[in-house]
Design a protein around this ligand. Structure first.
Ligand code: GDP
Ligand code: MN
Ligand code: MN
Length: 250
């Protein structure tokens, strides 16, 4: 685990629209190397696949109208959030919900920024496949083996401030598993599993910025590799916070 890691924001990408080939647009601007890790903002992946909707095309249900009033939000936006969710964990002061792929997020990760007025962007419905598709496409275009992480900016519990999270990944495991390793004093580690994909997504988010930076893709070069597993999301049983919140809100 030595060497210096290079972090490169991909400059000069255009505004992304449905039908755009994100992998090709990135490769045209930054020649990738074997072993690179490419982080892509879910926003542009979703725009390229048309996972967007016009608020004008949404008819809110009674629940969306109620929650819109409760939280001071457009009921059509609330409906989009409900549609993207498989389970509502908290209704107020904001909707916290679970998505089909296991992610739990504020407003189901539905965004109204970095798209035209009156439009919403959904998270990719199958982000693991999304990361895999981008990875395969890059291999096809460049012949290079890269890892891909689809990211989103997410709020978190206990601390102020949003950070980048991994929503989908391919070419790596989500978690670096330290269990069974010995520390500097010979103690066997029993608990430590490091969510490496989230750490990388977090730093990529710093390079991307949130507003008008126009950098939705970031390459990490010379990262050491790691081994572990992909069980990033707690099961319902394991997730104590979720269980407590559900008790409170259901
Ligand atoms: P999210 O974190 O996936 O929700 O994405 P953000 O809306 O925070 O955008 C992340 C970065 O990508 C910011 O630097 C945005 O300015 C940039 N961005 C978003 N959409 C586009 C786009 O269509 N083209 C380009 N070039 N940059 C974009
Ligand atoms: Mn987002
Ligand atoms: Mn963001």
């Amino acid at each position: 685990m030595t060497g210096s890691i290079q972090v490169i924001g991909v400059q000069g990408l255009p505004l992304i629209h449905a039908g755009d080939d994100v992998a090709a647009l990135v490769c045209e601007r930054l020649p990738v190397n074997d072993g690179d890790i490419l982080c892509i903002a879910s926003t542009i992946y979703s725009k390229s696949k048309g996972y967007t909707k016009s608020l004008a095309a949404i008819t809110p249900t009674e629940r969306a109208v109620r929650l819109g009033k409760l939280n001071g939000e457009d009921p059509r936006f609330v409906q989009a959030v409900l549609d993207a969710s498989t389970d509502i964990i908290m209704e107020h002061p904001f909707i916290l919900s679970e998505l089909s792929f296991g992610h739990i997020g504020v407003r189901a990760g539905v965004d109204q920024s970095n798209i035209e007025d009156g439009m919403v962007i959904f998270l990719p419905p199958e982000p693991m496949k999304a990361a895999d598709d981008v990875r395969k496409r890059i291999k096809e275009i460049s012949g290079k083996d890269v890892g891909v992480i689809i990211t989103d900016t997410c709020g978190r519990s206990f601390r102020r401030g949003q950070t980048g999270n991994a929503i989908g990944w391919s070419g790596m495991t989500a978690i670096r598993d330290f269990r069974g390793d010995t520390d500097l004093f010979g103690h066997v580690l029993k608990i430590t599993e490091e969510a490496v994909v989230d750490e990388i997504a977090g730093f990529s988010n710093f390079v991307m910025g949130e507003s008008n930076n126009g950098v939705p893709a970031v390459v990490f070069r010379n990262c050491p590799s790691w081994t572990g597993h992909d069980n990033l999301y707690f099961s319902g049983e394991e997730d104590i916070t979720r269980r407590v919140l559900k008790k409170e809100w259901s």
